[in-house]
Write a protein that binds this ligand. Structure first.
Ligand SMILES: Cc1cc2nc3c(=O)[nH]c(=O)nc-3n(C[C@H](O)[C@H](O)[C@H](O)COP(=O)(O)O)c2cc1C
Length: 211
C-alpha cells in the first residue's frame, strides 16, 4: 500500500482485540525500520519501551484516564527520548561507527561530530527537550505508518499523567516521555475525522497576520 493510501485510510483506533498477540519479532522489525527515520545529527535518541506485561498495563489504566486501549491493545509503546544521547561520547561513537562502516572519511567524521557537539553545547534544557520531541515524533509517525502497512491499527496518546507513568514504570529523568502508542487489531473502526481544506493550512513565503 502506498504511503498516501495508508494516510487516507488510517484512523485512531480505540477498541482493540485483547486476545490478539503480536509476535515479538514483528514488533522488533517495525521498530528497526522506524529507527531509520531522520533524526538530529543522527544522535539516535529515540527509545521504544514496549509494555506487554498485563499487570503493568492494568496499573497504567487509571494513569491514562482509563483509556481502554492501554490494556486491550496487543502492545503499548512508550516513546522516549534519551537525554544522554546529547553526550559527547555518544556523538563521537556514532560518527566513528559511520567512519568504520566506510560511509565517510576521517575528516568528515570529525567535522560532523564536532558540529553536533557544538550544536548541543549551548542549548537550554527547554531546547534539548524540543530536540528530543522532534526526533521521537518523527520516529513515532514512521512506526504508525509501518504498523498500518503491516495490517495493524494504532492510537497515539498524550492523555496520561506523565509523573505517575514514569514512577510506575521506573523511568528516570534521563528520559523524556513524548507519547504512548497502542498497537494491535481493532474490533471497531476509528471514527472518521475532518481536516481543514488545504488552502487554510498552506502558505507561501509568509504567514504574517494582516491584523
Ligand atoms: C500527540 C497526540 C496525542 C493524542 N492523545 C490521545 C489520547 O490521549 N486519547 C485519544 O483518544 N486520542 C488521542 N489522540 C488521537 C487524536 O485525537 C486523533 O489523532 C485526532 O482526533 C485525529 O483523528 P485520526 O487520528 O483518527 O485521524 C492523540 C493524537 C496525538 C497526535
Amino acid at each position: 500500500m502506498s504511503v498516501q493510501s495508508i494516510l487516507e485510510k488510517r484512523r485512531s483506533v480505540r477498541h482493540f482485540d485483547s486476545t490478539y498477540t503480536i509476535r515479538p519479532e514483528v514488533l522488533t522489525s517495525l521498530i528497526e525500520s522506524a529507527s531509520k527515520s531522520p533524526n538530529g545529527n543522527n544522535i539516535q535518541a529515540t527509545r521504544y519501551l514496549i509494555i506487554d506485561e498485563p499487570d503493568l498495563r492494568r496499573a497504567l489504566l487509571p494513569i491514562a484516564f482509563n483509556q481502554q486501549q492501554v490494556t486491550d491493545a496487543s502492545a503499548l509503546v512508550v516513546m522516549l527520548g534519551d537525554y544522554r544521547a546529547f553526550e559527547q561520547d555518544n556523538i563521537i561513537k556514532i560518527h566513528e561507527e559511520g567512519f568504520q562502516a566506510g560511509f565517510f572519511d576521517e575528516s568528515l567524521r570529525d567535522y560532523l561530530a564536532n558540529a553536533a557537539i557544538q550544536y548541543y553545547a549551548t542549548k537550554s534544557n527547554e531546547e534539548l527537550k524540543l530536540e528530543l520531541t522532534r526526533d521521537v515524533s518523527l520516529a513515532s509517525m514512521s512506526f504508525i505508518l509501518l504498523a498500518n502497512e503491516a495490517g495493524f491499527e494504532t492510537i497515539t496518546m498524550s492523555g496520561y499523567n506523565s509523573a505517575q507513568l514514569k514512577t510506575t514504570l521506573n523511568i528516570s529523568d534521563r528520559y523524556l516521555d513524548v507519547m504512548l502508542i497502542a498497537i494491535g487489531k481493532s474490533t471497531k473502526n476509528g471514527h472518521q475525522t475532518v481536516r481543514h481544506p488545504v488552502n487554510k493550512i498552506m502558505y507561501r513565503n509568509t504567514i504574517a497576520s494582516l491584523l
